[in-house]
Design a protein around this ligand. Structure first.
Ligand SMILES: [Zn+2]
Length: 462
């Protein structure tokens, strides 16, 4: 009895430590979608004790002040830019008295303002140049994901962790909007609203002139689907999520929200996820309605399913575990793409699966991949992330068996939050999941270290 009570006490203490580390954001953000302005007046509290940190704020946002929690004095701050860490944000810190170390109070106030181009006329828009980290005003709405650092984001330098998930109690005031959506809350109709979340969440803001619906348990924001089409998309989502939940035994937790909007460039079209929102960005001809055969409630073809599978997979590799360090892109994008490949096999069948493998093989035909043992984060390009890694993991699957790969993925997802996802972790997590040292050595020798690594991969995956 005593032992179990002690365990419970320890368990609760642990939870409290975890809760204590999640920053809490309050205050007000004013937006105008016609003027392209953001005006933030916020207070950050419940900050963890970090010695080596920076505070990120979008490069288009100008600081009025950092101020103490009691509103008595301003904090002096040092501002710098480190593109390796975030190309979207300036980084700030408070120097201590001797200007030697960084000092982070338990709470602080921050006030900032910024004005961004409103690009409503695509004729004058650039071909490219929109991405998840862009604060986008397209004339009808603002789209700002956590990657933009439209709200201040604390970065733990020591552990290479962005603390972009916060609990919040925030008023959004948008004078020229009809609807407002803040990730983690339900969308609302109106120009102003108070949003609250007790669960830590990455804040993505979408506000403007748009409609939304709720079908079953899923929100559809600005997608303009009819209710039958929403059901079709919803049932594919359920199939994919069920597959992942079954494999990982980790519940998906929140219902997915689908959000569609146009980019501020002519040609960018992509999807991204800020869990639990899946954002679909593209010009009108690529809107969500375009996935359906004209005037029907049937998907044109199933090729978009693989993209949904990829985005939905990011709940696991992106939210449950947030990869970092040298193999960040391998764990974040490569493994998620491998999940999408498995989903395609499960829900669409063998033929679609082999087609996808062929796409990877074609995409890497002239590609010379660096060895995963020595590759650097900045060298992991799109071909490596989205084509080579799924092939490499498929080679692993052929060598050790599929179930043991799932077992490894489960082990990775259960790792400590602060783990560094580097090559050492790749190895130790495999061994921890039950792969024998000798099995790892053989795999490493043949598919990672060998001069013929890529040839060996290609041979076995076919
Ligand atoms: Zn992805």
């Amino acid at each position: 009895m005593k032992i179990s009570k002690l365990l419970i006490v320890l368990f609760i203490a642990n939870i409290q430590i975890l809760i204590a580390q999640i920053p809490h954001l309050t205050g007000e953000v004013k937006v105008s979608i016609l003027n392209g302005t953001i005006d933030g007046d916020l207070e950050y509290s419940n900050l963890p004790k970090l010695k080596n940190y920076s505070i990120w704020l979008n490069t288009g946002l100008n600081l009025r002040y950092f101020r103490d929690g009691e509103d008595k004095f301003n904090y002096g701050n040092i501002k710098y830019y480190d593109e390796e860490k975030s190309s979207e944000a300036f980084q700030y810190y408070f120097p201590d008295k001797d200007n030697k170390d960084r000092f982070l109070p338990e709470k602080f106030k921050i006030n900032y303002v910024g004005k961004f181009p409103v690009i409503s006329d695509t004729l004058k828009a650039s071909n490219r140049g929109d991405w998840k980290g862009n604060i986008a005003f397209n004339g009808k709405s603002i789209r700002a994901s956590e990657q933009t650092a439209w709200y201040p984001i604390l970065y733990d330098i020591e552990n290479d962790v962005e603390l972009n998930k916060v609990t919040y109690d925030i008023k959004i005031n948008c004078i020229d909007c009809e609807s407002i959506y803040l990730n983690g809350s339900s969308p609302i109709k109106g120009k102003t609203a108070n949003f609250k979340s007790d669960k830590p969440i990455s804040m993505m803001l979408f506000a403007g002139i748009f409609d939304f619906t709720k079908n079953n348990h899923t929100y559809f924001i600005n997608t303009e689907l009819n209710s039958e089409q929403e059901k079709v998309l919803g049932s594919w989502t359920d199939k994919i999520v069920n597959f992942y939940e079954n494999k990982f035994k980790i519940p998906y937790e929140n219902s997915v929200t689908y959000l569609y909007t146009t980019p501020i460039s002519k040609k960018n079209a992509w999807m991204f996820v800020t869990y639990p929102t899946i954002a679909i960005i593209g010009q009108e001809k690529y809107n969500v309605k375009s996935y359906f055969a004209p005037n029907t409630n049937k998907l044109k073809d199933n090729s978009n399913i693989e993209y949904f599978a990829h985005e939905l997979g990011h709940y696991y590799f992106g939210t449950v575990i947030v990869p970092n360090s040298e193999l960040r892109w391998v764990f974040l994008e490569g493994l998620t793409e491998y999940l999408a490949l498995q989903t395609v096999k499960e829900v669409l069948g063998e033929e679609s699966y082999h087609k996808k493998i062929d796409t990877y093989l074609k995409g890497t035909i002239d590609y010379i991949p660096k060895s995963m043992a020595t590759i650097k984060n900045s060298e992991i390009d799109e071909t490596y992330r989205y084509y080579y890694v799924p092939l490499l993991v498929t080679a692993l699957e052929k060598e050790i068996g599929k179930e043991r790969v799932w077992n490894w993925l489960r082990t990775v997802l259960k790792s400590e939050k602060s783990v560094k996802t580097d090559y050492e972790f790749f190895k130790t997590s495999l061994v921890k999941s039950g792969i024998k040292e000798i099995e790892f050595k053989n795999f490493e020798e043949k598919y990672i270290l060998s001069e013929k690594a890529k040839e060996n991969v290609n041979k076995i995956v076919k």
